[in-house]
Design a binder for this molecule. Structure first.
Ligand code: SF4
Length: 268
């Protein structure tokens, strides 16, 4: 868990931009407290003027991450005080060798912060090239499979998440290089069994026996609503969207291809 401020206000940020960052960041927190879609959408509409400008949404996602981290802290403290062990430790990357799906807004938050750290950016681009080559054939089967599953409820077996074992390109020396900005899926994961690190059953993979802590709270459902409202701000029906590979999305953001970034997450 991290309470690190990511898209922080810098001293060279003009005053009117301070206002925008605070308003959007607060909206990302407030939505989980007051649950007012109208108020939230009004705030977003004030700042997302152009459908190519995804940056305002990064502050909203940052706010929602901050709120989620506080829930995560409370729940993990409760779990620990009930006597259960938590097996997530610094340097364990068991859950970082699988499909990590995300959305354009989380990807923009990561890309925005990555672009400000030359060393991490170069490291990512180098690792991304390897990941891209290693997984290209498998990833090419994903959009069709995901669309058939989402639209017709059919898993035709053309894509199998269990076969995907590539290391996340944000992982270096078993540490997440974007830890403060990592997506909700990674933030939410909690290993409550040693078998997450060392599976006992044949055929089990490391990093897949934990729980998504967000799923056990109303946060998850509320977050889906928040993402839906962000999609609507870009003129997209949220029911026609799906997750896509996080590294690909971040690469689109870094390339300045916002249309491609949004298109990757749309169903046909
Ligand atoms: S983003 Fe970070 S935490 Fe998530 S899979 Fe990649 S390296 Fe692991």
């Amino acid at each position: 868990m991290s309470g690190v401020i990511t898209a922080e206000i810098r001293c060279d940020t003009p005053p009117n931009e301070h206002h925008a960052v605070f308003s959007l960041y607060s909206a990302g927190i407030q939505f989980f407290i007051t649950a007012s879609p109208q108020e939230f959408s009004r705030t977003i509409a004030r700042f997302v003027k152009d459908r190519g400008d995804i940056l305002p949404t990064t502050h909203v996602i940052h706010g929602s991450h901050t709120f989620f981290d506080s829930i995560h802290t409370l729940l993990t403290e409760q779990i620990a005080s009930s006597g259960r062990s938590i097996y997530c430790t610094t340097g364990c990357s068991a859950c970082c060798k699988q499909v990590i799906l995300s959305n354009p807004f989380e990807a923009a938050l990561i890309g925005f912060n990555l672009a400000r750290d030359k060393e991490k950016l170069e490291r990512f681009l180098e690792r991304y090239a390897g990941w891209d080559a290693e997984t290209k054939a498998m990833r090419s089967r994903f959009p069709g499979w995901a669309a058939r599953r989402a639209l017709h409820g059919v898993d035709d077996g053309s894509f199998d998440q269990m076969e995907f074992t590539a290391h996340c390109p944000f992982l270096a020396d078993d540490l997440c290089q974007i830890y403060p900005w990592r997506p909700y899926g990674c933030r939410s994961y909690l290993a409550l069994s040693e078998s997450c690190i060392r599976p006992r059953e044949p055929g089990q993979r490391p990093g897949r026996q934990g729980m998504g802590i967000g799923m056990s709270t109303s946060f998850h459902q509320r977050r889906q609503q928040l993402l839906g409202l962000l999609w609507q701000a870009f003129g997209v029906d949220p029911a026609k969207t799906r997750g896509h590979f996080l590294p690909d999305l971040v690469k689109h953001f870094l390339d300045g291809d916002i249309a491609g970034l949004l298109a990757r997450c749309r169903l046909p």
